[in-house]
Design a protein around this ligand. Structure first.
Ligand code: ASP
Ligand code: CP
Length: 330
């Protein structure tokens, strides 16, 4: 009698990298438009696992041998540091060009295309922040390794929107049915642009609070209207504070203004204070992508509804989840 031994591994049944990353493996992350509900659920579930991993053991070797280039043409604290922390906690390593490209050959006049074509020789993924809208797409066109958009001018900041959405769900337990108010620089704020686009997939009410010159761009507003959401614009925080479940406050983006006098006019338009917070619901959250430069008074930090530093931490879990998915290791 011959006994047929069961193989230790059935290689036919191993998930392909494509399945591991739920369609994200090997892909660029350029815009939130790439994320449908299925992908969002996948990334959030993986981010939960990453939180558990970090809280229980701190790190693992999932991305051992993988290298990420972090190429930042604009200042950053959170995005750059959290991508580096994410790579390191997953056992990978980083080429950090985050302390100012003036110390790289960019200052000698090297183009974005050549810089990308150089970094792809050393790395498995490139994380790029750049002042021009569309720059991440340009980089992706030149790169054979995936490019992750860490902010392209006043365009998009997709990984921030993912961590913002994740934070809302973690803090309030749901997204559908919420009243979300965005305050500040809605014109140039790329985090607002990405988060708003992502929220059109949900049944939410949106309130946009800004000075006239910083209103949400029409293309994004049309997107919201086409999605059939309940939406209103106002200049006054008082119009939204009582009903908001989420107050998403933003910095006026000084670096995008061509006329600094105009910046001076609007820079201190909104300041969230403990007094304003007395009018807000007991169960709501205040968010901010940070850095803040006065829009939320420091005394608000003691309010349990101030979620912005918890939001910062979620950024690391989301970026760990994204890197693992893009690099096909889960
Ligand atoms: N850090 C965010 C960004 O880079 C928001 C800000 O800078 O105000 O878009
Ligand atoms: N939220 C955010 O993008 O922060 P940094 O500009 O510090 O990266």
């Amino acid at each position: 009698m011959t006994v047929k031994l069961k193989p230790l591994f059935n290689f036919d049944n191993l998930p392909t990298p494509e399945l591991i990353g739920n369609g994200l493996t090997g892909k660029d992350i350029l815009s939130v438009e790439q994320f449908d509900q299925d992908k969002l659920k996948y990334v959030f579930a993986r981010a939960h696992e990453m939180r558990e991993l970090v809280e229980r053991v701190g790190h693992c070797d999932l991305l051992a041998g993988k290298v990420a280039s972090c190429l930042f043409y604009e200042p950053s604290t959170r995005t750059s540091a959290s991508f580096i922390a994410a790579m390191e906690r997953l056992g990978g390593s980083v080429i950090p060009i985050t302390q100012g490209v003036q110390f790289s050959s960019v200052s000698k006049g090297e183009t974005l295309a050549d810089t990308i074509r150089t970094l792809e020789q050393y790395s498995d993924v490139i994380v790029l922040r750049h002042p021009e809208i569309g720059s991440a797409q340009v980089a992706a066109d030149y790169s054979r390794v995936p490019v992750i958009n860490a902010g392209d001018g006043a365009g998009e900041h997709p990984t921030q929107a993912l961590l913002d959405l994740f934070t809302i769900r973690e803090e309030l337990g749901r997204i559908d049915g919420l009243k979300i108010a965005m305050v500040g620089d809605l014109r140039y704020g790329r985090t607002v642009h990405s988060l708003t686009r992502l929220l059109t997939q949900y049944d939410v009410s949106l309130r946009f609070v800004s000075p006239e010159i910083l209103r949400l761009p029409l293309t994004i507003m049309n997107h919201v209207i086409d999605a059939g959401l309940d939406v209103r614009e106002t200049h006054d925080v008082a119009d939204v504070i009582k009903n908001a479940d989420v107050l998403y406050v933003t910095r006026v983006q000084k670096e995008r203004f061509t006329d600094l006098a105009q910046y001076e006019e609007v820079k201190d338009h909104y300041v969230i204070t403990p007094e304003i917070m007395t009018q807000a619901k007991e169960k709501m959250i205040v968010m901010h992508p940070l850095p803040r430069v006065g829009e939320i008074h420091y005394t608000v930090d003691h309010d349990p509804r101030a979620a912005y530093f918890r939001q910062v931490k979620n950024g690391m879990y989301i970026r760990m989840a994204l890197l693992a998915a893009v690099l096909g290791r889960a």
